[in-house]
Design a protein around this ligand. Structure first.
Ligand SMILES: C[S@@+](CC[C@H](N)C(=O)[O-])C[C@H]1O[C@@H](n2cnc3c(N)ncnc32)[C@H](O)[C@@H]1O
Length: 258
């Protein structure tokens, strides 16, 4: 059943380092047999090892097309409730919640617009919203959780959702794609739709050792350089911080509506 799930993160991101490693291996062999200068062969060998190690880290460490697990068990400890996933994409974060919390329901919200196409591509001609809905629904069905999820097209900066209606909100690798004003609007929207004392699990890309090692300057998410950026903005939006931590290339913050 799970084999049909396809989160759709690009092949080039997941396997690009392997292609580079094979290219360096070919150059390394050429240099070795043609007896190039030892320092040059060693340099190519080093580049090959870096590319291969990066491939292993991206493919098996970040594992973007694999299942995500909750970064903290403290999120929705009661196990039940109505959750909003802001920027659900193809459903990776939605499944993360539905599978870890089998008594929960999730509203999966995504704009299915330019940012969606940038990440997941335009599969066939036609409205991106329809394609986005269909791909997300296919993944929910493949996991057997579609009856506990609703797909809601919409912009997280101004959500078509009533105030004080969700027990929890999750957002994974989505809010950090917005500019400063968009981030402020989205965090304030998350606060608005939460019930009093509702929980917010925010996951964003973190510029840590692993991200620097694998992608260097190639993968730039605007907001990841300022150390307390997210904490400050969460507090300004009316949240108190409950817990925070890191995973490779990820920072998570569990907050509560104050
Ligand atoms: C990197 S994907 C993350 C998807 C999913 N949360 C995951 O963990 O795989 C970012 C998603 O945010 C969505 N997004 C970006 N800006 C948005 C906005 N203003 N409103 C709603 N969704 C947005 C994109 O369409 C995209 O699907």
């Amino acid at each position: 059943m799970h084999s049909q799930i396809n989160f759709g993160y690009p092949w080039a991101v997941n396997y690009g380092h392997l292609v580079v490693a094979v290219a360096f291996l070919a150059i390394f062999c050429l240099g070795w047999f043609r007896k190039w200068h030892k320092a040059l062969v060693a340099l190519v060998g080093l580049a090959m090892v870096w590319a291969f190690a990066s491939f292993v880290m991206v493919r098996f460490g970040f594992n973007m097309n694999g299942r995500a697990t909750l970064p903290t068990e403290a999120f929705m400890r009661s196990g039940t409730g109505k959750v909003l996933d802001m920027g659900a994409g193809t459903g990776r974060s939605t499944l993360m919640v539905l599978e870890a919390r089998p008594q929960s329901t999730v509203v999966a919200l995504d704009s299915f617009s330019d940012s969606y196409v940038e990440h997941f591509g335009d599969q066939k001609s036609g409205a991106v919203v329809d394609q986005g809905r269909a791909r997300l629904l296919a993944n929910l069905r493949a996991a057997g959780v579609e009856r506990r999820a609703t797909i809601q097209p919409g912009d997280m900066r101004q959500m078509p959702l009533e105030s004080d209606t969700f027990d929890a909100v999750v957002s994974a690798y989505a809010i950090d794609h917005l500019g400063r004003a968009g981030i402020r609007e989205s965090l304030s929207e998350a606060n608005r739709v939460l019930k009093p004392r509702g929980e917010f699990l925010l996951m964003v890309i973190a510029k840590d050792f692993w991200l620097e090692f694998t992608f260097g300057p190639l993968l730039m998410h605007a907001r990841m350089v300022l150390p307390d950026f997210w904490e400050r903005n969460l507090r300004d939006a009316g949240f108190e911080i409950v817990e925070q931590g890191t995973r490779p290339a990820t920072k998570y913050i569990l907050a509560r509506k104050a």
